[in-house]
Design a protein around this ligand. Structure first.
Ligand code: AMP
Ligand code: FE
Ligand code: FE
Ligand code: ZN
Length: 279
């Protein structure tokens, strides 16, 4: 059983359509793939239909933008009821502010000497229910300002850079509560992937999140080196948290995150399913 629990389609900042992503999962020999677009469920129907056709088990999910004491932390949610109104409303709020943020980013980049407007950005994300900095990066590439998304983030869009703008995100414990109230389970995404989140996600704050209801942590991720993986795996065992491993595939939008590059053990996936009440 090969299980990949973290991928993005063109419904957020990936480059494959949801059905293409599922077909590719089939090609690379995955048995289970979760679609976890940022802050939206819009890709589920197409992905689930492609799952029926190909025999790949598609897990409906989302990667929710949350806040932990001023740091952006990503929370993977699985098996939630998409009709649950409080969760749907909160995600709509996040998407709405993401859209408003584009104008702030475009203005900042224009003052920094890279003229850009919101229409330029939206022209590069026709399928996206959720827009974000990767789409800004794509617009900058099209204008010839940068070579790739990596360069756009490193120089212009990353935190502390001239084109950075914050966005609304719910406090993480509130997001955990919303996911559970919607019948789902949640896993901390790449906790030690980025510097800011890493500083905020100390072992004791991860323990506090466990107490707030967190179900698991993503240990095997390309942004974690061997020593981070070892430490996080031990911490997960101590805290009784489920351990996952995933690709965080974004199509051609992110290098070195190919589908199936990391996978989740079947027993760990089974634990998540039973925590969500699926048998
Ligand atoms: P946003 O959601 O708008 O705040 O943008 C953050 C998203 O950009 C993350 O979820 C990643 O998918 C992507 N990202 C962050 N850093 C990079 C990078 N260096 N290269 C490509 N994509 C990145
Ligand atoms: Fe992303
Ligand atoms: Fe993420
Ligand atoms: Zn992701």
């Amino acid at each position: 059983m090969r299980i990949d629990l973290h991928t993005h389609s063109s419904v957020s900042d990936g480059t494959d359509r949801p059905d293409e992503l599922v077909r590719r999962a089939k090609e690379v020999g995955l048995d289970v793939v979760a679609l976890t677009d940022h802050d939206t469920f819009d890709g589920w129907a197409a992905a689930l239909a492609a799952g029926e056709e190909t025999g790949v088990q598609v897990v409906p999910g989302a990667e929710i933008s949350t806040d932990l004491r001023g740091h952006g932390v990503h929370l993977l949610a699985y098996l939630v009821d998409p009709a649950d109104q409080p969760l749907a409303d909160e995600l709509a709020r996040v998407r709405h502010d993401r859209r408003a943020r584009l104008a702030r980013i475009a203005a900042a980049l224009t003052s920094a000497g890279f003229p850009l407007d919101v229409a330029d950005i939206l022209a590069h994300s026709p399928d996206a229910a959720t827009v974000g900095r990767p789409h800004v990066a794509d617009a900058m590439i099209a204008k010839g300002y940068v070579r790739d998304r990596e360069e756009a983030f490193a120089w212009w869009l990353g935190q502390g850079r001239p084109g950075y703008a914050a966005k609304y995100a719910p406090p993480i414990d509130e997001a955990i509560h919303l996911v559970h109230a919607a019948g789902g389970v949640c896993v901390l995404a790449h906790p030690w992937g980025r510097e800011g989140a890493r500083r905020a996600l100390t072992p004791s704050s991860i323990e506090a999140l466990r107490d707030a209801g967190l179900d698991g942590i993503e240990v095997d991720h390309q942004d974690h080196d061997e020593s981070s993986r070892r430490t996080l795996r031990r911490l997960a065992h101590e805290l009784g948290l489920v351990v996952t491993g995933s690709s965080d595939y974004h199509g051609t939008g992110k290098f070195d995150h190919e589908l199936g590059v990391n996978t989740t053990a079947p027993e760990e996936w089974e634990r998540l399913r039973s925590l969500a009440g699926v048998h």
